[in-house]
Write a protein that binds this ligand. Structure first.
Ligand SMILES: [Zn+2]
Ligand SMILES: [Zn+2]
Length: 613
């Protein structure tokens, strides 16, 4: 659950953003968070070990988007947590264990650990760094973030902030959601600096919130709600708050005086001067210098603030150990040294990954190969310096087949080969025979800049071969594309019964354009998915041609005629997002929602499904 009320307090500073927000960033993922989510789906018949499958596709998604990802595993749960859980269970559940608690005990805990071990094994086969600290995963995530080793943390647990996290990405989703402009997934971005700037709300207040309202480690003070805490935070600064809570016990006489002051019946509750509020309202106050009413700004609010604090104080001090310094230390004392951790992405192990997924996910070898191969080639492109003299587990680029433009990213389709026959026999012959197109199996689509960096000679050869040998008379590009359209059969989405054949370029551009948002020379704005099949090669070729040749109808002055508008905004907002087609939907997201709704496990307080913690 994390720290009570923290998400609602931070919600004004949260932004739901498309996942490309994470591109080129370094991100730490709290592994058990993801696994817990998947585990909630008790019986999923399509896929055994859903958690592995989802973990794989989510991680792929991040890798192919050029996110540097690191996984953080649970160390030992702090003693404090066990104590709290045990005490809480004894009281609230009469010894029975609560269903939605993250700290699991006995058999449950060991099964969960076993699950995490499998996840770790798979991530290591992908070459992903898995690090473990002394204590909780959220703590290590936060240290990495605080020390600038990662830009943010993917977690559902608000404890991260108490441990020093700066940016937390919550409700991570790789599925297309609602009518969000961006293709692909989205994430809630919480940036604590924003809350700090406008509310003077930071780590100390977060810890104070845990002390007062409760967290995984403590139940908080009975009877203190969000409203009164927020009121207190409004009058005490971030730097002072912990000192202030400690002063509740230490400065008894000071609070005694305050109590006397607001309880003093001889003082006006509005201005604090001698006299009664009723009297001042009618006849004025001598000290305020008024003949009717008094200066209520002087005392009225202050009195309410004091009352609020005194009220909280007396509730808090009912527990003689308040404030729990052990809890404050748990959050403030760093337990792991992160500078020694190796966070590099190391070489993915194709052979053992295929074996692993055959065993644990019951995938066919060829399916596993298809899904994993782009991870290996992407790693190679990014780590040329490390594989200069190495051949083991590495593939060789054979040639560039063609230019591609997935989601507006200039890319090459590269065909690879297994020069040393290392992967021979990995995929059974009958699967290969059924698959047919072996070249396709060995092809990946990679961003042009990466291919240029890694294999400049290959790119040169390809670009040379594309140069026209002897210039023929220039054809009219519009006619050329109209001809293309005549020869291929492109219709609307297959679902639509009325789909009619598109005969002209105008028809095509109208169909391909995302309403209202058209930017010149942008293949994202010409959206292939409007034709039903995003991977239709005929459509892709025509889009490429239109962009390449800057075909006349597709320039601003002609867009009006087609009923389309050029937007002012820069198009690269959507276009900078690259996702390879191999990434599959996150089955978990759909089923998990259904599961939550059907089981009534919906936390209305935070307006999100309760996760298993
Ligand atoms: Zn008065
Ligand atoms: Zn007065």
């Amino acid at each position: 659950m994390g720290i009570k009320y923290l998400w609602p307090i931070l919600s004004p500073f949260c932004e739901r953003k498309p996942l490309y927000e994470l591109q080129y960033k370094r991100v730490a993922v709290d592994l058990s968070c993801w696994v817990c989510e998947s585990q909630n789906i008790a019986e999923y018949t399509v896929q055994p070990r859903m958690y592995l499958r989802n973990l794989y596709f989510r991680t792929c998604y991040l890798l192919l988007m050029d996110v540097h990802v690191v996984f953080v595993l649970e160390g030992r749960a702090p003693e404090l947590k066990y104590k709290t859980i045990a005490a809480r269970n004894a009281v609230q559940f009469k010894g029975a264990k609560p269903k939605t608690d993250r700290v699991k005990v006995g058999k449950d805990r060991s099964r969960f650990n076993h699950t995490l071990k499998q996840c770790e094994e798979m991530l290591k086969l992908m070459g992903i760094a898995c690090v473990k600290g002394e204590g909780e995963a959220e703590a290590l995530c936060a240290y990495l973030n605080e020390d600038g080793l990662v830009d943010g943390i993917i977690s559902q647990d608000s404890d991260c902030f108490a441990y020093g996290a700066r940016v937390v990405y919550r409700n991570f989703s790789i599925s297309q959601q609602g009518n969000h402009a961006a293709k692909g997934g989205s994430v809630d971005v919480y940036d604590i600096a924003k809350a700090n700037e406008s509310l003077d709300f930071g780590r100390n207040k977060i810890i104070a919130l845990a002390l007062l309202c409760g967290s995984d480690y403590c139940d908080g003070v009975h009877g203190i709600g969000k409203e009164s805490v927020v009121k207190l935070f409004n009058v005490v600064s971030e730097d002072e708050i912990l000192k202030r809570l400690r002063s509740w016990k230490d400065r008894a006489s000071y609070y005694g005086k305050l109590e006397a002051k607001i309880g003093d019946k001889s003082l006006c509750t509005l201005c604090g001067h001698s006299g009664r509020a009723q009297g001042h309202t009618k006849k004025g106050c001598l000290e305020c210098g008024t003949s009717q009413g008094c200066d209520s700004g002087k005392f009225e609010n202050e009195r309410l603030e004091i009352k609020n604090e005194l009220n909280m104080r007396s509730k808090a001090l009912a527990d003689p150990s308040f404030p729990d310094e052990e809890l404050v230390n748990e959050f403030l004392v760093k337990k792991s040294n992160v500078s020694e951790l190796n966070l590099e992405w190391t070489k993915p192990d194709l052979i053992n990954f295929v074996k692993f997924t055959v065993k644990y996910l019951t995938w066919e070898e060829i399916y596993s190969f298809e899904k994993f191969f782009p991870i290996l080639t992407r790693w190679q492109l990014l780590h040329q310096d490390q594989i200069k003299d190495e051949t083991q587990g590495i593939v060789t680029p054979k040639f560039i087949k063609k230019r591609r433009n997935p989601k507006g990213i200039a890319s090459y389709e590269v065909v690879w080969e297994d020069k040393n026959n290392q992967f021979k026999g990995l995929i059974p012959e009958e699967q290969l025979a059924e698959f047919g197109d072996v070249e396709k199996l060995w092809s990946t689509v990679e961003p042009q800049n990466l291919v240029e960096n890694a294999y400049p000679v290959l790119v040169e050869e390809f670009e040379d071969s594309k140069k026209p040998k002897n210039r023929k008379k220039k054809k009219n590009p519009v006619d050329e594309i109209d001809n293309l359209l005549k020869n291929v059969s492109i219709t609307g989405p297959s679902k639509s019964k009325k789909s009619k054949k598109l005969h002209t370029l105008d028809d095509f551009v109208v169909k391909a354009s995302t309403p209202k948002k058209v930017v010149q020379n942008c293949s994202f704005c010409l959206d292939q998915s409007n034709f039903g099949d995003e991977n239709d090669l005929d459509v892709s070729d025509i889009v490429d041609k239109i962009i390449d040749k800057k075909v006349p109808p597709y320039v601003p002055e002609n867009l009006g005629k087609l009923g389309l508008k050029l937007t002012d905004e820069e198009c690269n907002i959507d276009c900078s997002f690259f996702v390879d087609e191999m990434v599959e939907n996150d089955l978990f997201e759909k089923t998990f929602r259904e599961y939550c709704i059907s089981s009534g496990e919906f936390d209305s307080d935070e307006n999100t499904a309760v996760t298993n913690k």
